[in-house]
Design a protein around this ligand. Structure first.
Ligand code: PLP
Length: 392
C-alpha cells in the first residue's frame, strides 16, 4: 500500500475511535427526536445535555452559556451577524483583522453592504495585531470586536485576554474564533473575559458538521436560524444528536490529554521546522516564532509554486495544504500571507503542514527527505532560480 502521511490536521482530523463508539448508538437504536416526550426522545435530550455539560466544563462556562451549531462557520456567522443585528441601535461599527477566517471576513463584507462600517486591523510580519491600533480604532459607535484566537494558516496566537480587557473597558462585545485554539491551549472563558467564543468538532478529532458557541450570560445575540424551540429558542432545527454526542466526547478527550497532545505535536513541529531550515535554502517560516499553534508549520519556498509542490508531495503520499485559496477555485494568494507583507510570488510558494496526534517521528524524517528532493527538482525548472544561482 502506498505510504500516506497526513499533515493537514488544521483542515480536519480523523474521528477518534472512542468518539465514534459513543456516537454510534445515536444513529440506530437511540434515534429519538430530543423534542419528543417519550423515553427515547428524552434519552436523546439527556445525551445532548451531557455533551453540553462536557463542553461547558472544558471551557469554564456554565452549561446554559453553550449552544450547539452546525459547525465552526455557522457559529462564526452567528456570533458576528447576531451581535451586529442585536446591537445596531447602539452603533454600526465593527472591528476585526485582515487575517480572520473567511467565515468571519465574509460576514463582515456582507454587513458592510448592509450599512455597517468595518475596520480591518493590520497585522505585523508575524501575524500579530497591534494593541495600540485596536485601542485607536474603537469609537462610540463600535459594537463588536471579533479577533481570532489562533490563525488557521500561520498559527499565530493573539493576546486574547488583553484584547478582551480593552473591549470590556470600552463596553464593546468581544468575539473570538477559537476553532484552532480548542485542544491546543488551555481555555477558560471567565479567565479570558470574552463574551463570545466558538468551536468546531472536526478540528479536535470529532465529527464534521457540528460546532458550538459560548454566549456569555447577559449577551444578546439575534438568532440566525428560525423555526423551532431548540437550543433554548436560539437555534432552530432538530439537533444533530450523534454529532453533538461525538463533540462532547472529543472535547473531553482533548482537555484530558491537552498536555500530552501539546508536548507531542510541539516536539514534532520543532523537528520539522529545524529539518526544513537545515536542509533547504531560500525558505521563510511564516507566523510567530514563539506565540504559535503547537502543531503548525508554514513555510514559503522561494522560486516554487505551491500547487506543484502539493501535487508532488501527494505523489509520495504526503498530504498538506498551500496558501492559495484553491477552495474558491482561484489562485489568489492567501489573504493572511498578503497581510503579513509577502509578495504574490513568495506567497504562492507556501506550504502549511499541520501535525496531530497520529503523526510519528518517522513521518517527519520522511517529509524532510522528500521535500528536499522535490524542492530541488521543482527549482531546477524555475528560470528565476537559475538566475539567482548563476548570480552567486
Ligand atoms: C475550520 C475553521 C473554521 C470553520 O469550521 P467548520 O466547522 O469547518 O465550519 C472556522 N475558523 C477557523 C479558524 C477554522 O480553522
Amino acid at each position: 500500500m502506498k505510504k500516506r502521511i497526513y499533515l493537514d490536521y488544521s483542515a480536519t482530523t480523523p474521528v477518534k475511535k472512542e468518539v465514534l463508539d459513543e456516537m454510534l448508538p445515536y444513529f440506530t437504536e437511540k434515534y429519538g427526536n430530543p423534542s419528543s416526550i417519550y423515553t427515547i426522545g428524552r434519552e436523546s435530550k439527556q445525551a445532548i445535555d451531557h455533551a453540553r455539560d462536557r463542553v461547558a466544563k472544558a471551557i469554564g462556562a456554565a452549561s446554559r452559556e453553550v449552544f450547539f451549531t452546525g459547525g465552526g462557520s455557522e457559529a462564526d456567522n452567528w456570533a458576528v451577524k447576531g451581535a451586529a443585528y442585536g446591537n445596531r441601535h447602539k452603533g454600526k461599527h465593527i472591528i476585526t483583522t485582515k487575517i480572520e477566517h473567511h467565515a468571519v471576513l465574509d460576514v463582515c463584507k456582507y454587513l458592510e453592504k448592509d450599512g455597517f462600517e468595518v475596520t480591518y486591523l493590520d497585522v505585523d510580519e508575524y501575524g500579530m495585531i497591534n494593541i495600540e491600533d485596536l485601542k485607536k480604532a474603537i469609537t462610540d459607535k463600535t459594537i463588536l470586536i471579533t479577533i481570532m484566537f489562533i490563525n488557521n494558516e500561520i498559527g499565530t496566537i493573539q493576546p486574547i485576554k488583553e484584547i478582551a480587557k480593552i473591549a470590556r473597558e470600552k463596553g464593546v462585545l468581544f468575539h473570538t474564533d477559537a476553532v484552532q485554539a480548542l485542544g491546543n491551549i488551555p481555555l477558560d472563558v471567565k479567565e479570558l473575559g470574552v463574551d463570545l467564543m466558538n468551536f468546531s468538532a472536526h478540528k479536535i478529532y470529532g465529527p464534521k458538521g457540528v460546532g458550538a458557541i459560548y454566549i456569555r450570560k447577559g449577551v444578546k445575540l439575534h438568532p440566525l436560524i428560525h423555526g423551532g424551540g431548540q437550543e433554548r429558542k436560539k437555534r432552530a432545527g432538530t439537533e444533530n444528536v450523534p454529532g453533538i454526542v461525538g463533540f462532547g466526547k472529543a472535547v473531553e478527550l482533548a482537555v484530558e490529554s491537552l498536555d500530552q497532545h501539546v508536548a507531542h505535536v510541539k516536539k514534532l513541529r520543532d523537528k520539522l521546522i529545524k529539518g526544513i531550515e537545515e536542509n533547504i535554502d531560500y525558505v521563510r517560516l511564516n507566523g510567530h516564532p514563539t506565540e504559535r499553534h503547537p502543531g503548525n508549520v508554514n513555510f514559503c519556498f522561494e522560486f516554487i509554486e505551491g500547487e506543484s509542490l502539493l501535487l508532488s508531495l501527494d505523489m509520495v503520499g504526503i498530504e498538506g495544504s498551500s496558501g492559495s485559496a484553491c477552495t474558491s477555485g482561484s489562485l489568489d494568494p492567501s489573504h493572511v500571507l498578503m497581510a503579513i507583507g509577502l509578495t504574490h510570488e513568495i506567497a504562492h510558494g507556501s506550504l502549511r503542514l499541520t501535525i496531530g496526534d497520529f503523526t510519528v517521528e518517522e513521518d517527519i524524517d520522511y517529509v524532510v527527505e522528500n521535500l528536499k528532493v522535490i524542492v530541488d527538482r521543482l527549482r531546477q525548472m524555475s528560470p528565476l532560480y537559475e538566475k539567482v544561482k548563476g548570480g552567486q
